[in-house]
Write a new protein. Structure first.
Length: 335
């Protein structure tokens, strides 16, 4: 299969490219498209045969359910059976945006989309191209990240092509994206709402509108099937240093002493590693690091025998950045 890359202005104004991509969705095909979090690989969420093609193209395990994307609240009733108060609060506060909500599913949603669960995760993305595509297709779109399963999520169209060339018919190129981390996932089906996956909508932000929010991301493997799998894997092994910036800087310096520094590359933001033969200076702030993190990981992959990353304090968006880095790491060293 030939993969076509179609450039679309990020404004998402209706145009022939989006109309054509929507035609593919309606015909039961898959399309990669930009969202404000990462590039997604979408198919008609209500068409089991179409959704199966997402799992096949990515090599995604069948027990890992998909997020269903909508382009308006009027589509909610077709995919969920109940919206409780905490879900409604989250919807009012953060949609459209990078927050996904687990709710009780409408039986019309095929089992393959939800991996046989009686719940479904819904998101209303803010990206104009995502909204235009879903609206033109006239159906909710199921979409995980548009990478091979287990690999680093795509934040540029070229990342999608590098993973899925010849496996999917269309990639909509809407340029680099805003947040660069997958959405925050909140489960609203239990007694208290629980963050299953941290993201750009942080625990601190959610707490202001849903005071009984729990932050169970560390234990969320139990509640969110996808969390148990290895994610964000580079070919080159990653050693991650966790802790406060000064402490990690000192620990990395000690770790490097006596090593052949030509064989490794250091991604750092505090301390001074600029004299090393291979290094990349990340922004000091996790908010600025998040959008370029995955692109940087893909960019330095195979540039050395080992990647060393200086972590960020796990507060605010730092919690989401560290969640991704801890999954990517083959070794974690606490400073
Ligand atoms: P992604 O693979 O980035 O699209 O992320 C989807 C995440 O949401 C994965 O970690 C899934 O396991 C999780 N997820 C999807 N559906 C459900 C559900 N019904 N209940 C709990 N977690 C879910
Ligand atoms: Mg993914």
């Amino acid at each position: 299969m030939r993969t076509r890359l179609i450039k679309v202005s990020p404004s998402g104004k209706p145009n022939s490219a989006i109309t054509e991509a929507a035609r593919f969705i309606k015909a039961g095909e898959v399309v990669a498209f930009p969202t404000e979090t990462v590039y997604g690989l979408g198919a008609d969420a209500m068409n089991a045969k179409a959704v199966k093609k997402i799992f096949e193209a990515k090599g995604r395990p069948a027990d890992n359910p998909l997020i269903v994307h909508i382009s308006g609240l009027n589509q909610l009733d077709s995919v969920v059976s109940e919206i409780n108060d905490s879900a409604q609060n989250l919807i009012d506060s953060f949609w459209p945006g990078p927050l996904s909500i687990v709710m009780k599913k409408n039986q019309k949603v095929p089992n393959i989309t939800t991996a046989e669960l009686d719940t479904v995760v819904i998101r209303f993305p803010s990206h104009p191209i995502a909204q235009a595509l879903i609206s033109a297709a006239g159906t909710p779109i199921a979409a995980p990240s548009a990478n091979l399963s287990g690999k680093v999520s795509p934040t540029k169209a070229k990342h999608v092509v590098s993973d899925l060339n010849k496996k999917i018919p269309i990639v909509i190129d809407g340029g680099p994206i805003k947040y660069g981390l997958e959405s925050t996932v909140v489960d609203c089906t239990g007694e208290h709402p629980v963050i299953l996956r941290p993201g750009s909508i942080t625990y601190e932000m959610i707490k202001t509108v849903v005071p009984d929010i729990e932050n169970l991301s560390k234990k969320s493997e139990l509640r969110s099937p996808g969390m148990k799998y290895r994610h964000y894997a580079t070919e080159t092994p990653i050693t991650l240093f966790t802790g406060q910036p000064k402490a990690t800087g000192i620990k990395i310096k000690k770790y490097l002493a006596g090593q052949d520094v030509n064989k490794l590359i250091v991604l750092w933001h505090d301390g001074d590693f600029s004299k090393l033969p291979n290094h990349f200076k990340l922004p000091a702030n996790a908010y600025e690091a998040a959008p370029i993190l995955f692109d940087t990981m893909r960019g330095v992959d195979m540039a050395a025998e080992q990647i060393i990353i200086q972590g960020y304090p796990p507060e605010g968006i730092g919690a989401a950045v560290m969640n991704r880095l801890e999954k990517a790491a083959t070794e974690i060293i606490e400073a």
